[in-house]
Design a protein around this ligand. Sequence first.
Ligand SMILES: *Cc1c(COP(=O)(O)O)cnc(C)c1O
Length: 379
Amino acid sequence: MGFLTDSIHAGQTPDPTTGAVITPIYQTSTYAQEELGVSKGFDYGRTINPTRVALENNIAALEKGKFGLAFSSGMSAIQAIAGLLSAGDHVIVSDNVYGGTFRFFDKIMRRYGLTFSWVDTSDVKNITSAITKETKMIYVETPTNPMLTITDLKAVAGIGKKHQFITVVDNTFMSPYFQRPLEFGIDIVLHSTTKYINGHSDVIGGIAVTSSQELHDKLRFLQNAIGGVPSPFDCWLVMRSTKTLALRMRQHNENAIQMAKFLSTHPKVKKVYYPGLPSHPQFELAKKQMSGFGGMISIELGSLDNGKNLLRNVKIFALAESLGGVESLICHPASMTHGSIPLEDRIKLHLTDGLVRLSVGCEDPEDLIADIRNALEKV
Ligand SMILES: *Cc1c(COP(=O)(O)O)cnc(C)c1O
């Protein structure tokens, strides 16, 4: 089926007892069993829940994967994936991953005996030269946040297959509408569903999708054993949102392209980072592996004061962390989302004090551009 049809129907059949078209919120912690050893396939709410199963099958279909597992947050999905590894294992990670992912790997998993190499995966040579005898996983984010650099998915999958590493891609920024890493041979794709997939800034959630039965069985064991599962209501909300994912992503993309073009002609904007601009150094690769460019733009304004003035003077854009909702947000990565990254690392990434990140929402593009134009006048 096509993406729109799947987003509305996959995983969701009318409720067998009532015919309800919408999957009910099965708000239950346990299930009555007919007799010892005879159940309807449901035993305990952490292990399995019908609303959650519907969501898992829905997003798995959108990612063109066989199996999905939903979690209570994106970080909780990442924790389960890290649970595939054992003390002594080595992981190669994009040097510009989500700040919370860096914190989890560096401050927690390192204490459990995992080791990490942080490399610029946009040049795959850096991945091959970081391989050690202990390497077990390559963990990539593309495009990265907030610098929007791109990593070649097919090349990463190829390295993974050659050496039998598990390849993992955080696809939060693109959503399955614009990028489907499993189609390039990646083993596991994950999302913070908090962002584009839910898209309404009212749920924290995560998902992991794979087509490998073996990885799925292991992840399913970890999901149940660790227990970071979402509530039935949150699953229902996210499922309600996936029905409009394609429509929202088209609007995000269209608005962001217009905004990026406007910003790249503005004299007060020193640099625009957006993979949909031909001036982006990886524009060709972006076009090859993404069918759109998404709604995230970063701009360099030259100084913290300039950044502050822009943030202070916008009216429609809200100053907030997070991204991917229908409402436009603006943030200062160096002090907000990426505050936990040491200064010397931020400088290496060009994540300067003058960098401002826009999550372009689904409002009228003329209003959004006017808002930024007015605020830039005060910079
Ligand atoms: C937000 C985010 C996460 C973490 O997800 P939570 O739902 O906040 O736990 C992971 N990766 C990326 C790219 C994110 O933007």
